[in-house]
Design a protein around this ligand. Sequence first.
Ligand code: ADP
Ligand code: MG
Length: 321
Amino acid sequence: MGEFELIRNYFAAAPCAQTGEGVALGIGDDCALLTLPPGEQLAVSTDTLVAGVHFPEVCDPFLLGQRALAVSASDLAAMGAAPSAFTLALTLPSVDAGWLQEFARGLNVMAQTCSLRLVGGDTTRGPLSLTLTVFGHVPAGQALTRSAAQVGDLLCVGGDLGEGAGALALVLNQRTAPAAISETLLARYWSPQPQLALGQALRGKATAALDISDGLLADCGHIALASGVRLRIERERLPLSAALLGLLEKDAAQRAALSGGDDYVLAFTLPPEFLSGLLDAGWPIRVIGAVEAGQGVVLTDADGQDITPLTRGYQHFRETR
Ligand code: ADP
Ligand code: MG
């Protein structure tokens, strides 16, 4: 099977690759053509996933397709953008029809979940890696950036933390757990649900937002730096799921919530007056701390003591000291 046949069979023919709202021209020409609603800005984000770094060399291609797109779509959620389209640059060691079929099926399921259309990409030979670029749109000036958190805001998250990190030991077959626990955690790892609707509901309310990919402490550090404020996280307020507490002791679960990555839950700062309206509307928002004057991120225990750990999360190129 040649490159063009592969593109045609597995990607151009996928339901998510058909043109529709916002996509005037999809796969097959030199560029795709996207239409933006009047007065809106284009939100763009790229993520690369490398085999052996971001996912195990041997893994289920259906799950990989789902996860790859979910991880990218989560960036649109964090910006408060509505989803439009994505491209896929795929590097494959060889053409394996069964693998491609399953990968495309997983990609398609997540594309339908997220209302994202596949509009193009590139296909090359080499060590397995995926680069996805997602496109969304947001009314001009309403995107949720990282830089406008205000002293006095609440620090909130959009759901339970630590499950992605807790699942990793199961993904890597380093440990096992009863089915009820492992199924929940593995689903969270392989099929994170980008909080696209929550992100859009936070427009005009949250002052700063991001999605937690590298761990809560590390990611909150980005908001603190960009906004010139200090974020205080109260350890006892970290939301931990029953599944995670079934796998790990409470202190290990808290560490997973603080420093593990892969949760793809939104973290955001919110002026207190907006909290009750959002909770009444049913959004799964948990307050975990507050924005204060100062810099950096501090973790406090129930007595308000500073218990900030030294290790904060994952970095590909960690500075040496
Ligand atoms: P070009 O030579 O202009 O780069 P290609 O031959 O690489 O074009 O691709 C032909 C068409 O197929 C383009 O519209 C491109 O966006 C699309 N395409 C290539 N690879 C993929 C892929 N993995 N998924 C989706 N679309 C793809
Ligand atoms: Mg090309």
